[in-house]
Design a binder for this molecule. Structure first.
Ligand code: NCD
Ligand code: ZN
Length: 354
């Protein structure tokens, strides 16, 4: 039998993936099982269409869809995950809606500032009005997390500067709501990381695997590569260095939120392509590569499986996954979606369950 040294194999506690787009409809069947292979829990984003998740009723409806799929997977002997449900916070979200959503099982509210990303056409316009502040206060009172898509689209602001433009809003909110747990989702800049480091323990950030790999060059530097396009846009080399440093630093404020965001191939390869990268099929393998390259494989489990749970106030997942050093080529397409790193060779491979 083949001998494997310890460095050929890593066993990790099952992950918490604190930012996943599972969508609604047939595409769910193709995408959810990939996250379930490695995650014990996943924060499920509410920007679904045609029906967005805005109320307690929507939460119950969406969770039922997911549980039907997950129960089928369980019967087929596949691993399953626990969905952590969220609602989208809009200008018309009221404290009453917060209480009802919490009762229905929503763990968090997600803010998409107007117009900054996929399905944010009814996103939040006003962060400081009396009504929305009452809504944020209700979230704090019931113990719901506030997840922020931290970008703002304003005049004369390039897409690459939208995160920095948002940071004053993050500071403003964090100072006003000291007991509200706030997550700056998919942080993508050095300034974003530094702001989160500086703020109190009620503020954390998720980091995606693609932001640990890409710079803007990988989107527009060598021909347009629509399958790498996402919001926030990957930035400069220095930003990426700082993200790698934050993810591998052992600082509990930074944890995994993959933002795995599948779009059908034809929605990406067209005149106005959708933003979002489908990373779930390669996520553990690419993360292992990044942490190994940084010489920090020993910090991977804290990033994937501890810090997120601790920030959310959840017990650690039971169960483990194992990665082995074995090359494989990422498929060109999975169920109509082109995955991250399609057609390329990866070093690590998630061991299939027996
Ligand atoms: C996400 C999507 O496709 O829903 N897209 C993206 O580029 N990340 C939405 C989001 O998280 O911004
Ligand atoms: Zn997202």
């Amino acid at each position: 039998m083949e001998e494997r040294t310890m460095s050929d194999r890593i066993t990790l506690r099952r992950f918490d993936d604190m930012h996943c787009h599972f969508r609604i409809g047939p595409i769910m069947i193709d995408v959810v099982p990939f996250t379930a292979r490695y995650a014990g829990r996943a924060t499920v984003m509410p920007n679904t269409r045609p029906r967005a998740i805005l109320t307690g009723k929507d939460v119950i409806w969406y969770r039922d869809h997911l549980l039907r799929l997950l129960n089928g997977m369980k019967l087929a002997g596949m691993s399953v995950l626990e969905p952590l449900m969220t609602i989208e916070i809009r200008d018309n979200t009221t404290p009453k809606m917060i209480v009802e959503a919490k009762r229905a099982g929503a763990i968090a509210g997600k803010v998409y500032p107007l117009g900054v990303t996929t399905n944010s056409d009814e996103g939040l316009r006003d962060f400081s009005g009396k009504k929305i502040l009452e809504t944020f206060r209700a979230m704090q009172d019931v113990g719901m997390l506030l997840l922020l898509h931290g970008e703002i689209d304003q005049e004369r602001t390039l897409v690459t500067k939208r995160e920095e433009a948002f940071l004053p809003t993050l500071l403003w909110l964090a100072e006003r709501f000291l007991d509200l747990k706030i997550v700056l989702e998919h942080v993508s800049t050095r300034s974003g990381v530094q702001t989160v480091e500086r703020l109190g323990k009620n503020v954390a950030a998720t980091i995606t695997v693609h932001h640990l790999c890409l710079t803007l060059n990988d989107i527009i530097g060598y021909g347009v590569q629509p399958h790498n396009a996402c919001n926030p846009m990957p930035k400069d080399f220095e930003d990426r260095d700082v993200l790698i440093q934050a993810a591998t630093s052992g600082n509990a404020k930074f944890f995994l939120g993959s933002d795995t965001a599948p779009h059908l191939r034809e929605k990406k390869e067209c005149a106005k392509g959708a933003c979002g990268v489908f990373t779930a099929p390669v996520l553990p393998a690419v993360l292992a590569e990044v942490f190994e390259r940084a010489g920090k494989l020993d910090r991977l489990e804290d990033f994937t499986s501890r810090f997120g749970a601790e920030f959310y106030g959840l017990p650690l997942n039971e169960g483990t996954i194992t990665l082995v050093k074995k090359e494989w080529i990422v498929p060109e397409q999975i169920g109509g979606v082109v995955p991250f790193r399609a057609g390329t060779k990866l070093r690590w491979q998630l061991l299939r369950e027996e």
